[in-house]
Design a protein around this ligand. Structure first.
Ligand code: WT7
Length: 667
C-alpha cells in the first residue's frame, strides 16, 4: 500500500470554492449534525414549484429489526428535474451557453448544443412521447449510443414524469429483453446503429431481436420502437452495406423514426410537477443471484445530491469544460454525464467513440481540442492507455486540466501515479470517487483543493455520508482497521428501492448488518483516517468497471447441455482489472475441446454482452467442494492464479480433485 501523501497544488487551490481541509472538516461535521442548515444553500438553488416542508429534511428507517426500510427527502415539495436542468438555466441567462460539445467516433463528426437548443429539443420530444400516450410513471427503455438524442430522450422522460430505464448498448438482446420485460417498458428508443472504433453496432437489429424475445419468453409486448437515424449523418469508420436498410427490418406496426415524430412538435411542453419521492429513473445493476436488480432513484434527493457532488468533487466553476468518458448506460453516465453537470449549468463534452480510434491518443486530443478542465474516466482506460507509452500524452497541450477523476474500481497506485504525473503534470488533483449505482452519487472521494490524496486511496466521506467499517461479527472497527464498508444513515441520493421488489432491496442491502446499508465492498481505514476501498467481498466480478455476478455467468454456461456444473472466479488482469476464469464440469459423453470452449464463450457474449466474455474456460473433472457441497472458490482462485499452495483444505470433501484441476490448468 503506497502511503505517500500528495497535497493539492496552488494550480487547484487558487481557483477553488473549497480550498482547505479545515473547511471540508467543518462542512462535513455540519452536514451530519445539522443537515437542514447544511443543505439549505443548494436546496435554495433548486426551483420548487411547491417548496419542501421546513424542518423535515430527511426521514428514514435504516434498521430492519424496527420495520420497513425507507428514505424520504424534502417531502412535501413539488419539482421537476428537467425544469431545473433546462428551464432554470435558460431563465438565468445561460440559454446561449454550450450544454454539450458532441464528438463523434470519427474526428470529423462533431456538433454542439446550447442550453436553449437542448430545451427546445427536449420539449419537442416530450410532446412526441405524450402524443403516444406516455406519461407519469410509464417506463421507457433506452438502448442508445453516446449521442445527443440520448440525453434529449432521458430529459424528456424526466419532464413528463416517465421513468427511463437505460440499458447499456453493449448488452445482448437477451439482456435487453429481460430488462424491458421486468419493468414492462411501453416503448424502446434506439438508433439504427453506432460506431465504436471500426466496429459497427447494429443496435436496431438487436432491438428487433429483443422485442421478439420479450414477447416469446416473458409475454411482454413493447408497442413502439423509436429509431434515430444516426448512421447516415456520420462518417463510416468501417464496412457498411450498400443500403443502410439492409442492417435491420422495419416493422410498420412498431417502428417509428425519431425525426418523423419530432416534425411539427411544439417547443412548449409543460413539465409534470413531481413529488419529492416520485421515481426519476431506474437502472439495472447485477445482483449476486442471476436476476438483475432495478435500482430506483427518486426526484428531489437525487437532484440535490447530484448537484452538490458535482459542485464540490469536480470543483466546478462557470467557465470550465468538463468531460466524463462514461457511457450513459451506466450510473456514471446518468449522474455525471447528464443530471449533475446540467444541474450546475456546466459545459460538457460527450464522446461517442473509443480511446483507441483513429489513434491511441484520442482522449488527449479531445482534451486539447475542447480545453477540458475536468476529466473523469476509469482505471481500466488509464491502464490501457499507459501501455502505449508517454509520447501520446506529451504531444498534446493539456494545460487547461485542473481536476482528474477516476471511478469504477480501486485504482492501482501505478496507474494513479501515471495519471497524476503525466496527464496532470504533477499539479492537478485526482478525485478517486467511490460510489455505486445504488448510491446515486459519490460517497467516498477526495475533494480537489481540500483533502490530501494518496495513490489508490478513495479518501474521505462526501457531505452527509457517515461511513462505518464493520468486522465479520458486525462490530464497529474504530481507528486503523479493515472490514465491510457500510453506512449508518442515508444521504439524499441513495436508492429508495428495487423496482417492484422491496423485499429484495431490504434483503440485499440491510439484512447482513441491521442498522446499516451494506455496500458489498471491503474497506480499510489507515493511520491518517483515510479510507481505502479494497474491492468486492461478495461473489461479484468487476471487469473493466463492469460489475457482474459469478452466478449470472455460471447460469449461462450451464445452459449448454454439455455442461453439468460451472464455477467462475475473477483473475487479476493487467488492463481489465479482473477477467473471467471459468471452470466447467461436463456431462457424460461430452468432450472438452476447442469447439466447446468457443461455443461457451460465444454463449456468454450472446446472453450477457461482449464485455462479459470469459478469458479462460478450463475443464474441471470435479469441483473442490466442502462436505456440505459448497464450492470452495478460494481454491479455484488459486488454481486460476497458477498457485499451488491452497491453504487450509481440511474441509474439502475430496482433495484429489485438486490434482486434476492443476493438471488441466490453462497456462
Ligand atoms: C462497484 C459499483 C459508481 C459508478 C461505477 C460503477 C466498485 C466503483 C470505485 C472506486 C473502488 C470502486 C465497487 C462498487 N467501485 N468505484 N473509486 N474505488 N471501487 O457502478 O456498477 O454500481 O459498481 O464498483 O466495487 O461497489 P456499479
Amino acid at each position: 500500500m503506497a502511503n505517500e501523501i500528495y497535497l493539492p497544488t496552488d494550480h487547484v487551490v487558487d481557483r477553488s470554492r473549497l480550498p482547505s481541509f479545515e473547511q471540508y472538516q467543518d462542512m462535513h461535521k455540519q452536514s451530519l449534525d445539522e443537515p437542514q442548515q447544511f443543505w439549505a444553500d443548494i436546496v435554495n438553488d433548486i426551483h420548487w414549484q411547491t417548496p419542501p416542508e421546513s424542518g423535515n429534511f430527511m426521514t428514514y428507517n435504516f434498521d430492519i429489526t424496527k420495520g420497513k426500510i425507507f428514505v424520504k427527502c424534502l417531502e412535501g415539495s413539488l419539482t421537476n428535474v428537467c425544469f431545473n436542468v433546462l428551464d432554470k438555466n435558460v431563465r438565468n441567462g445561460y440559454g446561449d451557453k454550450i450544454a454539450f460539445y458532441w464528438e463523434g467516433n470519427h474526428p470529423e463528426d462533431y456538433s454542439r448544443v446550447t442550453y436553449a437548443k437542448l430545451y427546445d429539443l427536449v420539449c419537442q420530444f416530450g410532446n412526441a412521447l405524450r402524443d403516444r400516450n406516455i406519461g407519469k410513471g410509464d417506463r421507457v427503455a433506452i438502448y442508445m449510443p453516446m449521442i445527443l438524442e440520448t440525453v434529449v430522450c432521458m430529459l424528456a422522460c424526466a419532464r413528463i414524469g416517465a421513468i427511463h430505464s437505460v440499458v447499456f448498448a453493449g448488452f445482448s438482446s437477451d439482456s435487453l429483453a429481460e430488462r424491458m420485460s421486468d419493468c414492462k417498458a411501453k416503448v424502446l428508443v434506439t438508433a439504427d446503429g453506432g460506431w465504436r472504433g471500426t466496429k459497427l453496432l447494429t443496435l436496431k437489429d438487436t432491438c428487433d431481436e429483443a422485442i421478439q424475445k420479450a414477447k416469446e419468453k416473458y409475454n411482454h409486448e413493447v408497442k413502439t420502437c423509436i429509431v434515430v437515424a444516426h448512421l447516415e449523418r456520420v462518417t463510416a469508420c468501417g464496412k457498411l452495406p450498400h443500403d443502410l436498410r439492409d442492417l435491420y427490418k422495419w416493422n410498420q406496426d412498431v417502428d417509428v423514426w425519431w425525426h418523423e415524430m419530432m416534425e411539427g412538435q411544439s417547443n412548449i411542453c409543460p413539465p409534470e410537477w413531481m413529488q419529492a419521492e416520485d421515481p426519476l429513473f431506474m437502472l439495472y445493476t447485477s445482483g449476486s443471484t442471476g436476476k438483475p436488480k432495478g435500482v430506483l432513484h427518486t426526484t428531489a434527493g437525487y437532484l440535490l445530491y447530484a448537484k452538490a457532488t458535482f459542485r464540490y468533487v469536480f470543483d466546478h466553476r462557470d467557465k470550465d469544460i468538463y468531460w466524463c468518458t462514461a457511457d450513459v448506460g451506466w450510473i456514471t453516465g446518468h449522474t455525471y454525464v447528464v443530471y449533475a453537470p446540467l444541474a450546475n449549468g456546466a459545459t460538457c463534452v460527450m464522446f461517442e467513440g473509443t480511446p483507441f480510434y483513429p489513434d491511441n491518443d484520442r482522449y488527449w486530443a479531445i482534451i486539447e481540442k475542447y480545453k477540458v478542465t475536468q476529466f473523469y474516466t476509469a482505471p481500466t482506460a488509464i491502464r490501457a492507455l499507459m501501455k502505449f507509452g508517454d509520447s501520446h500524452v506529451k504531444k498534446h497541450n493539456m494545460s487547461t486540466l485542473r481536476v482528474l477523476a477516476s471511478v469504477g474500481e480501486p485504482i492501482n497506485p501505478e496507474a494513479w501515479l501515471w495519471y497524476y504525473k503525466l496527464v496532470g503534470s504533477n499539479r492537478c488533483s485526482i478525485a478517486d470517487t467511490f460510489w455505486q449505482t445504488e448510491t446515486g452519487g459519490h460517497v467516498i472521494t477526495s475533494i480537489p483543493a481540500a483533502t490530501p490524496m494518496k495513490p489508490g486511496c478513495a479518501g474521505y466521506p462526501f457531505f452527509g455520508v457517515d461511513p462505518v467499517i464493520l468486522d465479520n461479527d458486525g462490530q464497529v472497527v474504530t481507528g486503523v482497521g479493515e472490514g465491510y464498508l457500510t453506512f449508518k444513515r442515508p444521504w439524499p441520493g441513495i436508492m429508495r428501492t428495487l423496482y417492484g421488489d422491496h423485499d429484495r432491496f431490504q434483503d440485499v442491502y440491510f439484512k447482513r448488518f441491521p442498522g446499516y446499508y451494506c455496500t458489498g465492498d471491503g474497506a480499510k481505514r489507515d493511520e491518517d483516517g483515510m479510507i481505502w476501498v479494497t474491492g468486492r467481498i461478495d461473489d461479484m466480478l468487476n471487469v473493466s468497471g463492469h460489475l457482474m455476478s459469478t452466478s449470472e455467468v455460471e447460469s449461462v454456461l450451464t445452459e449448454d447441455s454439455r455442461v453439468s456444473e460451472a464455477a467462475v472466479v475473477a483473475k487479476p488482469h493487467k488492463v481489465k482489472g479482473e477477467s473471467l476464469y471459468c471452470f466447467v464440469s461436463l456431462n457424460e459423453g461430452a468432450t472438452y475441446n476447442a469447439e466447446l470452449v468457443d461455443a461457451l464463450k460465444r454463449r456468454v457474449r450472446d446472453r450477457i454482452g461482449a464485455f462479459a466474455a470469459p478469458d479462460v474456460i478450463q475443464f474441471a473433472p470435479g469441483m473442490p467442494k466442502t462436505r456440505s457441497g459448497k464450492i470452495m472458490r478460494r481454491v479455484l482462485r488459486k488454481i486460476a492464479l497458477g498457485e499451488s499452495d491452497f491453504g487450509d483444505i481440511s474441509t474439502l470433501a475430496d482433495p484429489s480433485v485438486l490434482d486434476e484441476l492443476v493438471k488441466h490448468r490453462s497456462t
